[in-house]
Ligand binder design. Sequence first.
Ligand SMILES: Cc1cc2nc3c(=O)[nH]c(=O)nc-3n(C[C@H](O)[C@H](O)[C@H](O)COP(=O)(O)O)c2cc1C
Ligand SMILES: CC(C)CC(=O)C(=O)O
Length: 364
Amino acid sequence: MDGAPLLCLADFEAAAGRRLPPDVWDYIRGGSGEELTLAGNRSAFARLPLRPRFLVDVETCDLTTNLLGASLSAPIGVAPTAFHRLAHPDGEVATARGAGDAGQLMVVSILASRSLKDIAAVASGPLWLQLYWLRRRDLLAEVVRQGEALGYRALVLTVDTPRVGRRLRDRRNGFAVPPDITAVNLDDAMMATTHDAHTGTSALERHAREQFDPTLTWADLAWLRGLTGLPVLLKGVLTAEDARLAVEHGVAGIVVSNHGGRQLDAAPAAIDALPEVLDAVAGHCPVLLDGGVRTGTDALKALALGASAVLVGRPVLWGLACGGASGVRDVLGVLAAELEDAMALSGRPRLRDVDATLLTRPSG
Ligand SMILES: Cc1cc2nc3c(=O)[nH]c(=O)nc-3n(C[C@H](O)[C@H](O)[C@H](O)COP(=O)(O)O)c2cc1C
Ligand SMILES: CC(C)CC(=O)C(=O)O
């Protein structure tokens, strides 16, 4: 790693930005359109002050939790992001090592650049598998079967990507995935278009237009459920209406997410969408959040509103770029240490003490 100590996630971001090629850096950091939602994910956290309580014994703060049967050292996990080999030659294998060392959950993207098998072989923590609904259902089914056989414990179907958002940085850069980095769990021929660079367009946008199935509806979930006994979560839910439908369709969990501001620009900030989703879900399943979580106090705010856990996307790629597996472990470790600190300093030593009174004065 660089000489300067990396003390917070912003330090990892700055160091990663110095290491990665400019087009890869733009792909990772960018959002869609005017990047309003990307900015909103951060500014919405900044608008929420915390209400600390004092004269509470905070000598020991307990961050351990259980999510769908998995024990975690903290309610913090790795959001699914594509092609980790863009950030480090070992790719998702390094990420899985780092997340396992940190005792935290990793959600592996269907567009991972290392095999599900190699990732599972090094993972000491729980793995979930994220899916995009492909037009080639045979390939989708095969990935699900493989994931289940390898011990992945849940499926996370991303619903916010019937096509890829208008990511102008990638279009300007004519971004394409380098030829030596591929989504190895899918068919080579199917993935070939991800490598086609054309100025003014994004290869990933074109690829998704061809390969992602935009006709997906609620009725199709039954097909996925019929393939597997694994719990299915939906990622990308932002409204009470969809949350209610998700519960009616028997999902095991929901990830409130706007895809890190990369899909519909002007979608609400993730933390702003969380309360209406939690309200609609009414405790029927765990609700997680991702989007803009950069500090322990951000995580604390999401937990105070009722999230079961938070996931981080870009920060994990920063950690990977800075130091492979140990960089990922350190990013997750810094976030957990900051959360522990925030719990102590706000007088909430156990996760069950982290409730809405941290944000809003109780009535009466
Ligand atoms: C480079 C990159 C690749 C991503 N790839 C995927 C993906 O393959 N599947 C998916 O469901 N979400 C993907 N996402 C979205 C993340 O899962 C997550 O929603 C988002 O990064 C969270 O916001 P954060 O980066 O502010 O933490 C990607 C995000 C980034 C930045
Ligand atoms: C190819 C893309 C759909 C991967 C992704 O989810 C992203 O870049 O945000």
